[in-house]
Structure formats: structure tokens, C-alpha cells
Ligand binder design. Structure first.
Ligand SMILES: [Zn+2]
Length: 253
């Protein structure tokens, strides 16, 4: 039987690599990361490097796409052949997920974080203009799109807020696992996971522990010192985003 598919959805820079690692730490779960990047040739396995050396990617590359088989179905077969019950990906991009996952078979996790932290990430990575205001204005439309799509295509969806997950990781992650019928996590949580983690792409900061040993999960709130006060005030009073945020928080585990 093919493994269950679990897709992490949500915008970039919302902690999906951290969540992938926590999920990978669960018994029977394999997190593969942003697998679509493997097919663009941009990334190999973070652990093994080139795909030929990687037990997961080399097995995946023996599978043929086409004949109605989509990438995530192949991934589910690979996961099952390697002895896993659940395979998670963190492709995030809804267009990617849409083209690779068949309707009605996968569960989704929609991640979100405070607009201040989100905009600060964009500015830090040199991807925001107009002092972040264009990013701010795009947030409600983006969530409207992903929520409408996930309601019609995912089997079920759980919402998780980055600040909750990073601030109270054990409580929040335990609630998330219960919401999606995932195995109960062993506490305290260990990050990065102790079992080998064959992961494609993702936030390199999150791999720090792979070479430096386990570290605690911490809340990144650098936005408090990085974002200009004026922009912070603008975000705090930008009604469409604050209304959305309140609604997402009501839905969150
Ligand atoms: Zn590997």
C-alpha cells in the first residue's frame, strides 16, 4: 500500500523546514522537503548531495512519471518501499502541489506567521520593494487562493502558526499530530531528527544541527528590531491582513 501524502502549504519563510524536520522525527514518517526542486536540477539531497548516492532520490528516479502517475504518487510508492507509512513534502507552492498531487488523497498543513515576521524575511532576503508594503497587500489574496484550493482538493487541512510552533513547540506539534492522525510525538522534541533526513532544498539555517548536533527550537522574532517603526505601525493597522490573521488564528491547532 502506498504511503499517505502530507503536503506543507503556505508562503515561503514560514518555518516549513523546521516543521518538516519535526514531522520526519515521527515514527513511520519520511519528510522529503521541496521535492519539485530535485526535478529542476537545482537541488539534490541535503544529506547525500548528488542524487545517485541518495537512497530516496535514486529510488525515486527509477520511477516513471506519466501514464496518469504524478510525482507525489511516485513519492508515496517510494516511501512505502522504504518502509514509511506517511510521506511529507514542503513544496509550498500551490501550483506545484496542484500539478503533482491528485485531488482528494492528500492532507495539508497550512503554515502562516505574523505579517511583521513575514515581511522582515522578504526584506532580509532582498525580495521586497516599497519597504514591504507590496508584500503586505498581497497577503490576503494569496491566502484566499490557497484556502479555496485546499478546501476543494485536500482531504483535510490543519492550520499552524509559526509563532505558536516555534514558541511552544511541544504543545503545538502534539496538537497538530492529533489533528491529522499522525503518530504521537516523543517528548522532548529533537531537532534535527535523529534518523537520517534525506531532504531537498529548504532553509539552510534549519540544517545547522545536522553538522553541529541537536539544538533547541527557538522563536525568530528579529523583525522587532529590523522593521522600521513606521512599517510596523502600518502593518498593525492594515485591516485586511489583521482580519485575516485573526481568522487564521481561530483555525490554528
Ligand atoms: Zn539522501
Amino acid at each position: 500500500m502506498a504511503a499517505r501524502i502530507l503536503s506543507i502549504l503556505g508562503p515561503v519563510y514560514t518555518g516549513s523546514t523546521m516543521l518538516s524536520g519535526l514531522l520526519h522525527g515521527l515514527p513511520g514518517v519520511m519528510s522529503i522537503g521541496e521535492i519539485h526542486h530535485y526535478y529542476t536540477g537545482q537541488f539534490g539531497c541535503s544529506l547525500c548531495g548528488p542524487s545517485k548516492k541518495c537512497p530516496v532520490l535514486s529510488l525515486l528516479s527509477t520511477k516513471k512519471l506519466g501514464d496518469g502517475k504524478r510525482l507525489y504518487e511516485q513519492l508515496a510508492e517510494v516511501g512505502s518501499e522504504l518502509g514509511f507509512d506517511i510521506v511529507t513534502n514542503s513544496d509550498k507552492s500551490i501550483d506545484t502541489v496542484m500539478s503533482h498531487v491528485p485531488a482528494g488523497v492528500a492532507d495539508g498543513i497550512i503554515m502562516f506567521k505574523s505579517p511583521e515576521a513575514y515581511i522582515a524575511s522578504f526584506i532580509r532576503h532582498g525580495q521586497a520593494t516599497s519597504e514591504g508594503r507590496d508584500i503586505l497587500e498581497s497577503i490576503p489574496k494569496w491566502f484566499q487562493y490557497i484556502r479555496a484550493w485546499s478546501r476543494s482538493h485536500m482531504r483535510r487541512v490543519a492550520y499552524v502558526e509559526y509563532e505558536q510552533l516555534a514558541g511552544q513547540p511541544e504543545e503545538t506539534f502534539t496538537r497538530l499530530c492529533a489533528a491529522l492522525d499522525l503518530p504521537k510525538p516523543a517528548l522532548p522534541l529533537v531537532f534535527p531528527p535523529e534518523k537520517p533526513w534525506h531532504n531537498v532544498a529548504g532553509n539552510t539555517d534549519a540544517y545547522y544541527g545536522v553538522s553541529h548536533g541537536p539544538r533547541s527550537i527557538y522563536l525568530d522574532d528579529r523583525w522587532k528590531t529590523e522593521l522600521p517603526r513606521e512599517l510596523q505601525a502600518h502593518i498593525a493597522t492594515f485591516e485586511p491582513v489583521q482580519r485575516l490573521l485573526a481568522e487564521l488564528r481561530r483555525l490554528a491547532v
